[in-house]
Design a protein around this ligand. Structure first.
Ligand code: PEP
Ligand code: MG
Length: 571
């Protein structure tokens, strides 16, 4: 048995098919016919562009626009003058053959991206190598691996899969994907989720243990992979697979149902997104709006800031797609674990306590904050947009942002540009300070959204990414629960909407408590919407009051967890 990182849910059972890309032998000679070599290179790029365009069009039709975006990104890179001019210059100045020139230029940029801390930038390095191999193969006349015709029950095993290969997979026949490398947010993992193929990545040493035709089972939830399982183990996984598929099917019943408790308390069940394309999944799983649009993703995976116009288009797209349903857009939240190299931010000594989010934006009004706020205001003419400010610790920050918004509104009025004059402006309550003065904030802001990911970190003084102290990182800790309860009650007292967009909003152990506390809105990843709706619809909020009272009487996280686990299991 081996364990890797779960990348796409579900149980995969089948026969191993090893996908190995032949190692390319890159020629490294020079040529006197520079013009001829340039023509050879341009021809290979042109043919590659054609192939990738066809693959992207097929992907958009078979799977979705969002997934095709990954390949469209490849197309942009293929035609990026930074790369093509770089290769042509190399050919012109040293007469190197195209294959070697591509190798050196693409590797230089790929190495640069790979060395960055940011996972998205590292993904860009993988994309660059994928494109490099594609063009080199064209030059060398080598065909790419074709996975579209694999027989039913194939489980693909590879050291790593490029998005180009993954895009060609037929999900009707491939029952699982296992890779030795890769991460949860790699493009291959994203595609596997979109294709709904169970996948486990980063399974160290797996390639040495398998051969073609071996039996294999994988659990996309726990990350477990078993090669040539015993009969009983196989039967156990077959039963698990059946249960998983049955539960998935059952959840579809909840599409189109209102999110109301048994005693008639309605709550809003909305989703967290990072890019406009994520809206497809939200609509598929019947999200009632967007509770958190993390705009920093628009700023990542690129080499310069998106313009006001680009941002406007992105926000407008989401507002239009959600068709009047609420869309809460959070202003730029960078710093901490979210770095954007071109912003030129120095590494803080304590990044989570440092120059980030609203602190950074108020310091960079002209080049960063104003263009974003203007884009948001302009997009508000096209739907139900609300602006949300992250990492607020004192009321002055809110007032300063609000004043800036008013200034921009006056500017838009003068220019006769449409926007929603009553656009709500709220805050994320995610710092201990904001929680302690939630009563003060509630009198001034239009809504709260509790960011438990950070609230837990700041309340417990525990770095949210540090494994060694993760035992302290729990919303079930009495200190965090008290904070959440207080924030909700301050909001309700002042009559403003209070939601939650941290991970706790979809935690089955937290949902009963949040309902009892009176939370109005639950925001989560699209894939958690239906199971959360099922849970919420099964509770009676009045009955939950005594459960919450009991949970709040414990002194330790372990007691709260044990009590809530038992309560949920007994239902
Ligand atoms: C949070 O802190 O709970 C939150 C939703 O924001 P992020 O995870 O982006 O910091
Ligand atoms: Mg946060």
């Amino acid at each position: 048995m081996k364990k890797g990182t779960s990348a796409s849910a579900g149980i995969g059972i089948g026969k191993v098919v090893i996908i190995e890309e032949a190692e390319l032998i890159i020629p490294n000679h020079t040529t006197a016919d520079v013009e001829g070599e340039l023509a050879r290179f341009r021809d290979a790029v042109e043919k590659s562009v054609k192939d990738v365009s066809a693959l992207a069009a097929d992907m958009a039709e078979r799977i979705g626009e969002k997934e095709a975006e990954i390949l469209n990104g490849h197309l942009m890179l293929l035609q990026d003058p930074m790369l093509t001019d770089g290769v042509e210059n190399e050919i012109k100045t040293s007469g190197t053959c195209s294959e070697a020139a591509i190798e050196s230029v693409f590797n230089m940029y790929a190495d640069m991206f790979a060395s960055m801390d940011d996972e998205l930038m590292q993904q860009r390095a993988t994309d660059m190598r994928d494109i490099k191999t594609r063009v080199q193969k064209k030059l060398l006349g080598i065909e790419s691996v074709n996975v579209s015709a694999l027989p039913y029950g194939s489980v693909i095993l590879a050291e790593d899969l490029t998005p180009s290969i993954t895009a060609g997979i037929n999900p009707a026949n491939v029952t699982g994907i296992v890779t030795e490398l890769g991460g949860k947010t790699s493009h291959t993992a994203i595609l596997a989720r979109a294709l709904e193929i169970p996948a486990v990545v980063a399974v160290g040493g797996i390639m040495k243990e398998v051969k073609n035709g071996d039996d294999i089972v994988l659990d996309g939830e726990s990350g477990i992979v078993i090669v040539n399982p015993q009969k009983e183990v196989l039967a156990e996984y077959e039963a698990k697979k059946e249960k998983y598929l049955k539960e998935k099917k059952e959840l579809e019943k909840f599409i189109g149902m209102p999110t109301v408790t048994k005693d008639g308390v309605s709550v809003e069940l909305v989703a967290n997104i990072g890019k406009p394309e994520d809206v497809d999944k939200v609509l598929q799983y019947d999200g009632e709006g967007i509770g958190l649009f993390r705009t920093e993703f628009l700023f990542m995976d690129r080499t310069s800031m998106p313009t006001e116009e680009e941002q406007f288009e992105a926000y407008r797209k989401v507002a239009v797609a959600m068709n009047g349903k609420p869309v809460i857009i959070r202003t730029l939240d960078i710093g901490g674990d979210k770095e954007i190299p071109y912003m030129g931010l120095k590494k803080d000594e304590n990044p989570f306590l440092g120059y980030r989010a609203i602190r950074f934006c108020l310091d960079r009004k002209e080049d960063v904050y104003k263009p974003q706020l203007r884009a948001l205001l302009r997009a508000s003419a096209y739907g139900n947009i609300k602006i949300m400010i992250p990492l607020v610790t004192c009321i002055e920050e809110y007032r300063e942002a609000k004043a800036l918004i008013e200034e921009l509104k006056a500017e838009l009025d003068a220019q006769n540009i449409a926007y929603n004059k009553n656009i709500p402006v709220g805050i994320m309550v995610e710092t201990a300070a904001a929680s302690l003065i939630a009563d003060i904030f509630a009198k001034e802001v239009d809504f709260f959204s509790i960011g438990t990911n950070d609230l837990t970190q700041y309340t417990m003084s525990v770095d949210r990414g540090n494994d060694k102290i993760s035992y302290l990182y729990s919303t079930l800790n009495p200190a965090v629960l008290r904070s959440i309860q207080r924030i909700i009650s301050c909001a309700r007292e002042a009559g403003i909407m209070v939601g939650m967009c941290g991970e706790a909003a979809s935690d089955p152990l937290m949902i009963p408590l949040l309902l009892a506390f009176g939370l109005n809105e639950f925001s989560m990843s699209a894939s958690a919407l239906l199971s959360s709706r099922k849970l919420i619809c099964g509770y009676d909020s009045k009955e939950l009051q005594s459960v919450a009272n009991k949970a709040m009487s414990f002194a330790t996280e372990a007691e709260v967890r044990a009590f809530m686990t038992e309560f949920v299991a007994c239902r």
